[in-house]
Design a protein. Sequence first.
Length: 335
Amino acid sequence: MNHTLCSLLTILFFVGPAVAPELATAQPPGPARAGVEPTAGPARTRFAFFATGFLVDEPIAVWRNTPNGQTAELYPDDLRNANAEGVATWSWVPGPATQPGPWEMVARGIDSGVQYVIPFELTPTTEIDQLPAITAFDTARFDLMLQAQTGPVQEVAYGNGALVLPDQVYARITTAGTNETVEIIRIGPDLYINRGEWTRVAQDLPPILRASLPLDAQLARLPEYANGIVYLGQDSVRGVITHHYQLWLTGSQFNALNAAVEPDTTMLPDAAVIKIDLWIGVNDQLLHQQGSVITIPPQTTGPGPTITPAVEFQALLTYYDFNNPGIVITAPRVP
């Protein structure tokens, strides 16, 4: 498991289940094709576009056709010339005031004249003032999907595990492609990893990593630091009807949230963007699923200067088997 996924696991398991961080990277399915992922979503969704069949290193112009038939220019920060295979990729994140309805993204090669019209849908959203009260639980099992992307390099992992709140976690995670499996146990200030044998990799974690608020308290604190709360309607999660909510934070807001636990602590660059999706049961008010994305834009550091590529983390956790007294997490024996 590479460094970026380990970094995501640090945020996920050290800080707590509710403050951990959907990333869609469009991939061209074949020659002379174009598309977008997802094809529909609310404001603040990251729509990832691709278009193929351009000349090598050809400049690309893109613009949007709005639902009312107007043309809106677009200059994406992540749009570069077509690559050596004639593929261009870029993204757009519509703001909260963007008009819902059917949109089109148009991409045109400046030299070749190759042009695509890519349809997608911006769905309506409802802004609310606060999250509903959350039912606290003591134990639960979970399924887990992780994705990390640094520049063009992508890694995906999946697994399952269990929680004993407030500060015990077990997870078994397998990296797709290599089938490398790692087990992780966190019990209070101690962190253990099994890559063939158990080792203790952390003792007496710093306060920011040891702090664990009750789950309901963590969720109640989030809106204080977020840019707003969007209600996206009802969804089914493992057969349970839930309300789907979405919150957005900047890196500075996320750091302020953590600084409320431990002053002068910085975990993310201020320019980072964090999206958190929560699925809360309609009838039981339990947190049935959370999805999170951390996006860190390219950074310029040091003499030279050195430009580090953009980094994006995705995590999706689905909870079930709540308050089962048979869920127990114990520290492993270490050499």
